[in-house]
Design a protein around this ligand. Structure first.
Ligand code: DP6
Length: 355
């Protein structure tokens, strides 16, 4: 990238959303996960952010920034940015010397069950890293994406995995001494079997109303959770299993682990000291229907859920036509406004440049 030589400049980055297969749930300390996780990045669902910076005449005490989401000032997100800037200031000490203007937009519609905090925070972190390079504060070179992942994690844990395409892991783990994970940044998984490269994700919309419980509040309920220790060992076990399955192209193990993780996430929420249920009756109907369909048709498909009621129906490319017909004929009537979105594993990773 060309360096901006002035006290002002503008950069943009586009980062993909991701969906976790082994779930990050619970924090050991600030933005350090209790367990390793792995997700895959989506191909079409992305956030694009541009950042304009301008040197302030008198560097102030407070951060000076505006955040616009789809051209409107967004105060909820501004609060998140404030916390984020406070967390990254030890790395980026120049932040108070500049006025920052963020303009962000998603390629996917609002509230459709696609987590936007991961792609937003990843694109914001990338913009700030590019700015730091442009004003000559850091020289990240080959470590650019690793540093951006570490910065993104401080905004939202799952965001650190949106720094790469394909399957991406985060958190300490070891498997056959081949992939050593870090709690500080995500690592792209290099051993993906060709079978999984065509993984499709049909996002089935059950309820688009805003979340009752934020992920951040959900994570904190793991601190005194009676099943914390067993959850950590289960996640490590599932991590090892899924890495092997992804490497060998073993669909049956993949399916088993992915569904086990989704249902565990929701069981953990239901059994925490402040219990909450995020699934809706339709979520359960869809799960039943998917299992029946798979038994009858032999299609390679399975489901996962985030911390919400909407389902992600995953399937391999060979079964695409069969699964699309199944959604149209058997599932649409249970979806909010019959709405679903077709996406797939994306390999491009983030894209950006100076404006
Ligand atoms: C259920 O990354 O949104 O989607 O770090 O507090 O911002 P914070 O949490 P967040 O948690 C995501 C949890 C999850 C599982 C996952 O993506 O691994």
């Amino acid at each position: 990238m060309k360096k901006a030589e002035y006290d002002s400049g503008q950069v943009y980055w586009e980062a993909p959303s991701n969906i976790a297969l082994v779930k990050y749930w619970g924090k050991k300390s600030t933005q350090i996960p209790c367990n390793p996780s792995i997700s895959f990045s989506l191909s079409s669902s992305k956030t694009r952010t541009s950042l304009k910076w301008r040197k302030r005449d008198h560097g102030g005490k407070d951060f000076s920034f505006d955040f616009f989401f789809e051209d409107k000032k967004n105060q909820t997100f501004e609060k998140k940015i404030q916390t984020f800037l406070e967390r990254i200031e030890p790395n980026f000490s120049f932040l108070r010397d500049y006025h920052l203007e963020f303009y962000s937009s998603n390629t996917f519609p609002h509230s459709v069950g696609i987590a936007s905090s991961a792609s937003s925070m990843a694109s914001i972190a990338l913009c700030l890293c590019s700015m730091a390079e442009a004003i000559g504060e850091v020289n990240l070179e080959k470590k650019f994406f690793q540093e951006a992942s570490s910065i993104a994690r401080l905004g939202s844990g799952s965001a650190c995995r949106s720094l790469y395409g394909g399957a991406v892991s985060w958190g300490e783990h070891s498997w056959c001494q081949r992939e050593l994970g870090s709690d500080l940044y995500a690592t792209p998984f290099s051993g993906l079997h060709p079978k999984f490269k065509g993984l499709l994700d049909f996002i089935l919309l059950v309820d688009s109303s805003p979340k009752k419980v934020s992920s951040t509040a959900g994570h904190s309920l793991m601190n005194d959770h009676p099943f914390l220790d067993s959850r950590i060992s289960q996640a490590n076990h599932n991590m090892e299993g899924i890495l092997k399955a992804l490497d060998k192209g073993d669909w049956m193990s993949f399916q088993h682990i992915v569904e086990n993780e989704a249902l565990t996430l929701h069981s953990l929420m239901m059994s925490s000291s402040t219990p909450f249920i995020l699934m809706k009756p339709q979520s359960l109907i869809l799960i039943e229907k998917i299992r029946e369909f798979r038994k009858k048709s032999g299609a390679k498909c399975c489901f996962t859920l985030d911390a919400g009621p909407n389902l992600h129906l995953l399937c391999l490319q060979d079964d695409e036509a069969l699964v699309r017909r199944f959604i149209k004929e058997d599932l649409e009537e249970f979806l909010e406004n019959k709405k679903w979105i077709a996406d797939r594993m994306g390999f491009d990773g983030p894209k950006g440049g100076y404006l």
